[in-house]
Design a binder for this molecule. Structure first.
Ligand SMILES: [Zn+2]
Length: 410
């Protein structure tokens, strides 16, 4: 007979239904069997009871946008008042990193993700360095290999310039995608090549878009910080004609936006562009702490919600946040947008991310049939459960209660 373990706690946060006081999650062979009140579940199932006391049980978190290979930049790039200053500081700090430091940062970053209850990541890499480490870590992930190349003006197979797309790992794994870095670092032709590679295989695309005012200036006028950066790096092309539109409208004109697009940031968007993103079904990945750290500003979260956009949340890299604690991003959103219900914020970091990364059949909520990747968060005492939960998580009071592997072996 299958052994069923009952995980009991003061609160259970299933995400796809309201919070359950004095709740329980029944788990067998690493799979969730039932979620409900402990008083009922204890009559449905025989097996060991693990009483987790005062914690709230949640599904593991999903960090939908991270760059693990920059983990070694932790605490090396101070907050800046504008994005060009931050990017210049980051590029200089990254140039100083030794391969040894990068490698060590990667290992540290993986441990930190785990420690903060993150079981699934959307990793954006432009070296491929993190692929093997992620595979060995046991963390679920969608791997975005990010392409840069403002100078790559002609069409042709993506693998011609990025040989990784010929490897078994890229071709066989449905959780391996091509990504385009940003409108100021990717030529129109390269945007189309990235989108085509993914669409031929039914895989999502990731892109940074509308992150800074400098990006808007570059697309409108062809001048400013990004032109100078491209010139300094030998990637500027005199034949480039600025499209004269804002970033989201630009990507739309290239035909690359769709329900398979994960757009990080989207700070500098017009009302019409928010409607456009909603119409195309684009998922926006909010990175609130990163946007503050880089001096980029704040995403129009209110308008995104009103438009009904699919949303998820990511920390971005440790060059722009202090740590991978996603609860600190949620707490910042709570402080900036106190009207947003707590369950909606938690959903950004669970179900929203799982949907974006196409893991919603396995992760993202405490739903029978999904994986038993359970974390416990000890809320801070207070009248508001959600505020207490976010504060407790932000203070790092997070523990793993069950992983599918360990339960599967039991
Ligand atoms: Zn990023």
């Amino acid at each position: 007979m299958v052994s069923v373990t009952l995980h009991r706690a003061r609160h259970v946060v299933p995400v796809d239904r309201p919070v359950i006081a004095n709740g329980a999650v029944a788990v067998a062979r690493g799979i969730i069997r039932e979620v409900g009140r402990f008083a009922e579940l204890k009559h449905h199932w025989r097996g060991p009871v693990l009483d987790h006391g005062e914690v709230a049980i949640l599904p593991c978190l999903v960090n939908a946008h991270v760059h693990l290979e920059f983990s070694a930049l932790k605490n090396r790039v101070p907050p800046q008042s504008d994005f060009p200053a931050w990017l210049s500081a980051t590029l200089a700090a990254a140039d100083r990193l030794s391969p040894y430091e990068r490698e060590g940062g990667l290992e540290m970053g993986l441990r930190e993700l785990w420690r903060f209850g993150i079981g699934l990541v959307g990793e954006v890499s432009n070296t491929g360095l993190s692929l093997e480490a992620l595979k060995q870590s046991g963390l679920d992930h969608h791997y975005f290999y990010e392409c840069l190349g403002f100078h790559l003006q002609d069409d042709g197979p993506l693998a011609r310039d990025f040989p990784i797309f010929l490897t078994e790992a890229a071709l066989q794994d449905p959780h391996f995608s091509a990504a385009a870095h940003a409108p100021y670092s990717v030529s129109p032709a390269l945007f189309r090549r990235v989108a085509a590679w993914n669409r031929r295989r039914g895989r999502p695309t990731a892109v940074h878009v509308a992150e800074s005012a400098a990006e808007v200036e570059f697309l409108l006028t062809g001048r400013g910080f990004f032109r100078e950066l491209l010139q300094a790096r030998g990637r500027w092309r005199d034949e480039f004609r600025p499209p004269g539109v804002t970033p989201v409208a630009y990507l739309h004109s290239l035909g690359v936006l769709g329900a398979d697009t994960l757009a990080a940031h989207c700070l500098h968007v017009t009302g019409a562009e928010v409607e456009l993103l909603a119409r195309e079904g684009v998922t926006v990945i909010l990175c609130p702490r990163s946007n503050r750290h880089t001096g980029a500003g704040q995403a129009p979260f209110r308008q995104f919600r009103q438009a009904g956009l699919p949303l998820a949340v990511g920390t971005d890299s440790l060059a722009s946040v202090e740590d991978y604690n996603l609860f600190r991003d949620l707490l910042l959103l709570h402080q900036d947008f106190p009207e947003v219900p707590g369950e909606e914020l938690i959903a950004l970091a669970t179900l929203g991310g799982a949907r974006a990364l196409r893991f919603e059949a396995e992760l993202g909520s405490l739903t029978p049939g999904k994986q038993a990747a359970l974390i416990g968060v000890t809320p801070e005492a207070g009248p508001d459960f959600w505020a207490g939960l976010l504060s407790g998580g932000a203070a790092g009071r997070i523990e793993w209660l069950a992983t599918p592997d360990e339960e599967g072996e039991a």
